[in-house]
Design a protein around this ligand. Structure first.
Ligand SMILES: [Fe+2]
Length: 212
């Protein structure tokens, strides 16, 4: 059995220590003005998405730190988490705020938001392509059931796998128009059991340790 596995994005997972480490300590410039503009745009367009995004960022940063990501990768994860749903700004509020079940056509529009978000993030952060990539892949699932590509396992970069776990966990613990918030424990149970196999197991276990 291999002692370590390369996970993409410069990440190495050690099976002996059970920790992720980074092989890439390059520093990339953050376009702070663009970051602030995007955050403001989300706040103005759809406050619930802005509030959700802040919670996802905080959760993702905690998971990333527990995974011993490098400072550069924490920065990438943090920015990607804050703007992961920026593509929803191209979706009408009628669809975003719809209380009933979405039609297939409406669902197809919603499912464009990672690609639209990638386009925006790529323009805003040209020196940080991993941010755009993470936005693009935040709805991929390790069992291949996600979108837009249906990528499986380690073909999804670690930052995107962390972002997916943080996004779903935070969403489950928020009140939605169609259900009240789940408790932290119930949200984790859903991700571990009802939705078994969709998420990176190591990342889920890190989250479990954080909230226990
Ligand atoms: Fe999303």
């Amino acid at each position: 059995m291999l002692d370590s596995a390369y996970l993409g994005n410069g990440q190495v997972f050690s099976t002996s220590s059970g920790r992720c480490t980074s092989t890439d300590f390059g520093v990339k410039r953050i376009n702070t003005a663009a970051y602030e503009r995007l955050k403001t745009a989300i706040e103005k367009a759809h406050p619930p998405t802005a509030e959700h995004s802040i919670r996802v960022r905080i959760c993702a940063e905690s998971i990333g730190e527990a995974c011993s990501l490098s400072g550069k990768d924490i920065t990438t994860l943090s920015i990607a988490a804050e703007v992961h749903d920026i593509g929803k700004l191209r979706v009408s509020r009628d669809i975003l705020d719809k209380k009933g079940i979405l039609t297939p056509a409406e669902r197809a529009i919603i499912e464009m938001h990672p690609e639209w978000g990638m386009d925006i993030a790529a323009l805003a952060f040209p020196a940080m392509p991993d941010v755009a990539e993470s936005v693009l892949l935040h709805h991929e699932r390790v069992d291949g059931s996600g979108y837009p590509y249906g990528l499986k396992g380690l073909r999804i970069p670690l930052i995107s796998r962390i972002l997916a776990v943080a996004d779903v966990y935070v969403a489950l613990t928020e009140d939605r128009t169609f259900r009240p918030a789940y408790s932290e424990e119930d949200a984790l149970k859903i991700m571990l059991h009802e939705e078994k196999g969709r998420y990176d197991n190591y990342v889920l276990r890190v989250l479990e340790q954080m909230i226990s």
